[in-house]
Design a protein around this ligand. Structure first.
Ligand code: NIG
Length: 350
């Protein structure tokens, strides 16, 4: 994991605005004791949740998307570390491990690739490196029976999360086969063909490689599912989809019923919880939309799914505070911090 930057207590406190008579999460979170011995430090830690940043946009660029989802991690940290530590969320059972810095991969591609298609090929190749390192870290965390909380980054990182959690939970003796389920709040299925790795095919690769058992998408937009993916999905009994249109236009079931359907479909084993922020209306991302769910729905999704699943990991992705065409979103960090705090509160209440 050559690209991993491990934080110490000082790094965390630098981003925490201290106030007399108050305690912030940044003052309560655990960090790794010894950056050269991550595994030993993890094993010794009492934390149940391990926070990791994957600020990269290589996978989105490899999918012909707009770069920028490498800009969500720092604003998230600034918001999250300054949440009040209180009875609702003390914060002492979380460990802030650090983040991956894959910027060298992008620089080499920008400097050396000639044509646009050559760049796409190079980005897809680079995603394999990102996959390997993310998988390795998620395996390490889950093999110590802790829950990774991963903030991306592109949705390509669902692959490393699924594969790493499947291997880690298997190593820990918690599952008989290296396979997990996943539920995904997303406008897209990210089940595109096996054409080289990118942000639109993490679940297809995880499935083909045998690490994904059951998969359920909540809030899929009918307008953005390629016909070939749709045919594969409807013919696969291990994949289920509840579309945005079925919930909000046709009112076949309400949003909470849709989440309950997803958690019961995946209840047989550990389940990764995925939130693609492009499902939330007017939230900055490569595939931002003016018609989507509200932040409140995303908070309901994370709360309900965390309290009704055997959690393998949480992965929040695709959000950007600045995107390559110049747009910015000042609320991104706080939005993600609400989702992470909701998640930990719900998982703790189980
Ligand atoms: N992770 C998102 N993937 C979507 C959207 C891609 C984009 O427009 O940036 C997909 O491949 O369909």
């Amino acid at each position: 994991m050559t690209h991993l930057k491990v934080y110490n207590k000082q790094d965390v406190l630098l981003l925490t605005r201290l106030r007399r008579f108050e305690t912030k999460l940044g003052e309560r979170l655990q960090t790794i004791n010894d950056a050269d011995r991550i595994e030993e430090s993890l094993a010794a830690s009492t934390a149940k949740y391990v926070l990791v940043g994957v600020p990269e946009d290589t996978g989105v660029k490899a999918n012909y998307g707009n770069g920028g989802c490498d800009t969500a991690w720092m604003p998230f940290l600034q918001a999250f570390l300054n949440i009040q530590s209180n009875d609702f969320l003390p914060g002492d059972n979380m460990l802030l491990l650090g983040h991956f810095d894959f910027s060298d991969l992008g620089l080499v591609i920008e400097e050396n690739a000639g044509s646009y298609e050559e760049k796409i090929e190079a980005y897809r190749h680079a995603v394999n490196t990102i996959d390997d390192e993310v998988e390795h870290l998620i395996k390490l965390i889950t093999s110590h029976k802790k829950i990774p909380v991963v903030i991306g980054g592109g949705h390509n990182n669902a692959y490393g999360c699924i594969k790493g959690a499947a291997k880690g939970l298997y190593k820990a003796g918690l599952i008989p086969l290296a396979q997990v389920n996943a539920i995904n709040l997303d406008a897209h299925a990210d089940y595109r063909p096996l054409e080289g790795r990118h942000s639109g095919n993490a679940f297809r690769y995880a499935d083909e490689d045998g690490y994904l058992a059951k998969y359920c998408v909540v809030g899929l937009h009918e307008n953005y599912i390629p016909q070939n993916c749709w045919i594969d999905i409807v013919n696969d009994p291990f994949i289920d989809v509840i579309t945005y249109e079925d919930i909000f236009l046709l009112e076949k079931r309400n949003f909470m019923q849709a989440i309950a359907h997803a958690t019961s479909f995946t209840e047989d084993t550990y389940c990764g919880i995925e939130i693609d922020l492009d499902s939330i209306q007017n939230t900055l991302s490569s595939a931002a939309t003016p018609s989507g769910i509200l932040p409140l729905h995303a908070r309901q999704f994370v709360t309900f799914s965390a309290s009704d699943s055997k959690i393998a990991y949480l992965h929040i992705c695709e959000g950007a505070s600045r995107i390559s065409d110049g747009r910015s979103d000042a609320g991104m960090g706080k939005l993600i911090s609400y989702l992470v705090s909701d998640f930990v509160k719900a998982a703790e209440a189980m």
